[in-house]
Design a protein around this ligand. Structure first.
Ligand code: 5AD
Ligand code: SF4
Length: 441
């Protein structure tokens, strides 16, 4: 039996997909190169913006065609779109056999093993952490580690709390145990994943477990063989001193922080229910810069939120200058049915204005990124080797602690940490040459 899996969305979904593959391969499925060759077609979906829905629905049409030609093919839809559409999916798409939410990855094996598939849905959030399931990892030296699932925030624009449920933290011993196993398996870099990583552990207090995200950072950094620790995403409101201190104390924790701001206007931040002001965000960035002078900072920004004026948008532009972001993901506001913004606010910024704003913002972000990247040029920096360059076969690809990609001339194998002399920079990629001494820590 063969499966074909397509993943949409964020790193959380990419990680869930590794687990889906693990679960399927455990019960005897093997990967198929094409949907046409698959007995089971799986989609792991995203619904964060309208464009994510559209991308997936384009692909779903192909599954319908395959099913028309080979009616025995099983079509399964998992992830956030499936959860959001749980009441409509089978009616709207009668050729779909199985739909399951992000909380039900652990039941995938059981769902596909059913004898008769009669439009089977699974949408609860009380199952096993997908992070504890068997995995088929794509990368030898890097791994994702789930530390929590769900989100208790109430951001007005965001569908995630609806589709991923309340926040639940994995016990610290499970996390550290998994990182130890990964390190023994040759992993050098772990990325800790959660919808809001730095509120980690609050729900565990009810069970008498006192822990925090800062403690997790320290414990994971101390695992032998782990050279780098990343995490995503933190919420600015929960970025407390203990996390900053853990970053400063642990050289393994990478000098990169993805700190979603969403807007530079306090008025809009309030309407978004982000619970911080522009000033508080800037204060936090100042504290981070103080404690971690070599930090690279990236963010998410939304333009065209309901009620956003030219003045509000100008504050988002000026936030890019004030924070000196190394990069930013920029999004046009997309109304998501069921969110507070969709129910209570009018999507009133005209499309043309939204497009103008995003173009201006992308320009500003790219200018800043190019300028910031120059700071690495002319010196040696430590690079974790990932593999051959995708664009130039005679080059090696790796990444700085600051999460900036480097293409360089050298001989170091994947998984090695080497010093690279940086001699050029575009906005998001550096180029260079490996220095004489390769450090195989
Ligand atoms: N419209 C546009 N962007 C959104 N994001 C989340 N919800 C929406 C929405 N409805 C963006 C935020 C978030 C990132 C993952 O996606 O910037 O941080
Ligand atoms: Fe990830 Fe959010 Fe998309 Fe779900 S909806 S896959 S949590 S980005």
């Amino acid at each position: 039996m063969r499966y074909h899996l397509t993943t949409f969305g964020c790193q959380m979904n990419a990680h869930d997909s590794e687990r889906m593959k693990g679960v399927l391969e455990d019960i005897g499925y093997r990967p198929a190169a094409e949907r046409d060759d698959a007995d089971l077609i799986v989609f792991n979906t995203c619904t964060i913006r309208g464009s994510a829905d559209e991308r997936f629905l384009g692909n779903l049409g192909e599954a319908k065609r395959v099913k028309g030609e080979r009616p025995d093919t099983v079509v399964a839809i998992g992830g956030c779109w499936a959860q959001a559409q749980k009441d409509a999916v089978f009616e709207q798409f009668p050729f779909v056999d199985i739909a399951f939410g992000p909380g039900e990855v652990s039941r995938l094996g059981e769902l596909v093993a059913r004898e008769r598939l009669d439009a089977l849905g699974a949408f609860s959030f009380d199952g096993e952490f997908s992070g504890s399931l068997p995995a088929r990892r794509e990368r030898a030296h890097q791994a994702w580690v789930q530390i929590s699932v769900g989100c208790n925030c109430v951001c007005a624009y965001c569908i995630v709390p609806t589709v991923r449920g309340r926040e639940r933290s994995r016990p610290p011993a499970d996390i550290v145990g998994e990182v130890e196993r990964l390190a023994a398996d040759g992993v050098r870099e772990v990325t800790l994943l959660g919808q809001n990583v730095n509120s980690y552990g609050r729900d565990l207090r009810a069970d008498g477990v006192r822990t925090s995200f800062g403690e997790i950072l320290r414990a994971v950094s101390a695992v032998r063989g782990i050279a780098r620790v990343r995490y995503t995403s933190p919420h600015p409101k929960d970025m407390k001193e203990d996390v900053v201190a853990a970053m400063a104390d642990c050289p393994e924790v990478c000098r990169h922080l993805h700190l979603p701001a969403q807007s530079g206007s306090t008025r809009i931040l309030k309407a978004m229910r982000r619970t911080y002001s522009r000033e508080r965000y800037l204060d936090l960035v100042a504290r981070l810069r103080d404690a971690l002078p070599d930090l690279s900072l990236t963010t998410d920004l939304i333009v065209g939120f309901p009620g956003e004026t030219d003045e509000d948008f100008a504050e988002t532009l000026s936030l890019v200058d004030a924070c000196e972001y190394d990069g930013a993901y920029t999004f046009i506001y997309s109304e998501r049915p069921g969110t507070e913004a969709a129910e209570r606010l009018v999507d009133d910024v005209p499309d043309a204005v939204k497009r103008e704003r995003i173009a201006a913002l992308v320009d500003r972000v790219q200018d800043m990124g190019r300028r910031r990247a120059q700071r690495f040029v002319g010196a040696d920096h430590e690079v974790l080797v990932e593999g051959p360059s995708r664009t130039a076969p005679d080059r090696i690809r790796g990444r700085l602690s600051q999460n900036i990609a480097v293409n360089f001339r050298g001989t170091a194998p994947p998984g090695a940490l080497v010093d690279v002399h940086i001699d050029g920079a575009t906005s998001m990629t550096l180029s260079g040459t490996q220095s004489e001494v390769a450090v195989l820590a």
